[in-house]
Design a protein around this ligand. Sequence first.
Ligand SMILES: Cc1cc2nc3c(=O)[nH]c(=O)nc-3n(C[C@H](O)[C@H](O)[C@H](O)COP(=O)(O)OP(=O)(O)OC[C@H]3O[C@@H](n4cnc5c(N)ncnc54)[C@H](O)[C@@H]3O)c2cc1C
Length: 440
Amino acid sequence: MTTQRANGRPRVVIVGAGLGGLQTARRLKRADVDVTVVDRGTSHLFQPLLYQCATGLLSEGAISSPIRHLLRRQRNADVVLGEAEEVDAEGQTISVCRPDGSSMTIGYDHLVVAVGMRTAYHGNDEFAQYAPGMKTLDDALAIRRRIIGAFEVAETIPDAEQRREWLTFAVAGGGPTGVELAGQIRELATLALQNEFRTIDPGEARVLLLHGGDRVLPSFSPKLSHRAQTILDQLGVETHLGVHVTDVTADEVETTSKSTPHEVIRYQTRTTLWSAGVEAVPFAGVVARALGVEQDRGGRISVEADLSVPGHPNVWIVGDMMSRDNLPGVAEVAMQGGRHVGAVIAHLAGDGTERAPFRYHDLGSAAYIARRHAVVEAGRLNLYGYIGWVAWGIIHIAFLAGMRNRLGTVMNWSATLLTDSRRERAITYGDPETARRPYR
Ligand SMILES: Cc1cc2nc3c(=O)[nH]c(=O)nc-3n(C[C@H](O)[C@H](O)[C@H](O)COP(=O)(O)OP(=O)(O)OC[C@H]3O[C@@H](n4cnc5c(N)ncnc54)[C@H](O)[C@@H]3O)c2cc1C
């Protein structure tokens, strides 16, 4: 099935060096193949700690590692910086747009697509300009700019009503990301920023958590949801359940009750953050059209048991973009799937014929609520409070790529615990065109 290159080795092109794609590349280290990893960024990002970067606890460098550095000892792998834009299934090539705007074509014998998801606004794309989501480092830095900027603006505003708008933060979505973000904004306000301002009391910051379901963290057991809610209440996060966010503007967020739709509430806020859904990135649509396969409602592509695309045994989907057996879009599915595809390709490249089915081993999930409080669920094991928090910390350190990042993160967490301070609060101006409105 594989066409051989001049050097006799099949070429494996992996698009996306996130949690799934990197594992595929690494699993192929000793395989008789040439690996090309294509990513639109230079760094492999650990998304589960993005909210800590957004709230000034960790630097962007602590939660990301250069892809080239991670693969420096893998002689059969090279890295291309660029955005994959097209697939020619017949010719077995992809087109990649390089940072200078030029295009290059890369041939493949196996194509592994691991491009992840992006924030979804469910038909309300106009919300995006006012309510950023959190999927990339740019997103985290933009959110940091808004949060830190809001306190700074509030400090300079004499009118109490207006000041209150700047000190109100709304988070849409009560899954792990929304809960973590809401909790961290309160901790930032009540601990790290205390004593640093002269006019405002940052501790007065109002944090609204707006969620459509009847409990936060719906993917966890009701018991752990309840524990999380108790801690959020103690932190001072104002949770509103059973509501849809129906409008977002520069200075307002509107919610509508799901059970009584005439119940519409508008909150005056200058900072709304979005963690209420994801959808496939545009390249997923490109792949689906090129291969003539369907996408599900979230844009995912269904795969065979071995994670290849039906009718295209040399094209593989890994991670969040893959749809099979209702597997969730979480780190472990991506990482195990990535390793599985790497193993099958290595086997085929060694003249094997067996295409082993992917078997997912659910190792559980974890969410951070506040310092000394996290919830961890693994099978029937439910951990919460201090023990949950320690378990959460160990899991996240183990998953971070690179020893330097692990050590740096442990040191940073320890310093924050001892001193309450958060030092990663630098804000950048982002796009020069919007530099005059850095908090928008
Ligand atoms: C804020 C947040 C918190 C999370 N917390 C948890 C958690 O606590 N526990 C958990 O299990 N999971 C968590 N997740 C989910 C987990 O991070 C994802 O399931 C996982 O990252 C998916 O891996 P992936 O390889 O599919 O995609 P990603 O890790 O998203 O990687 C996709 C890669 O593809 C690249 N890419 C995209 N399009 C292109 C293109 N056209 N060309 C080239 N490159 C491209 C991107 O730059 C990126 O490097 C969280 C996610 C987020 C956003």
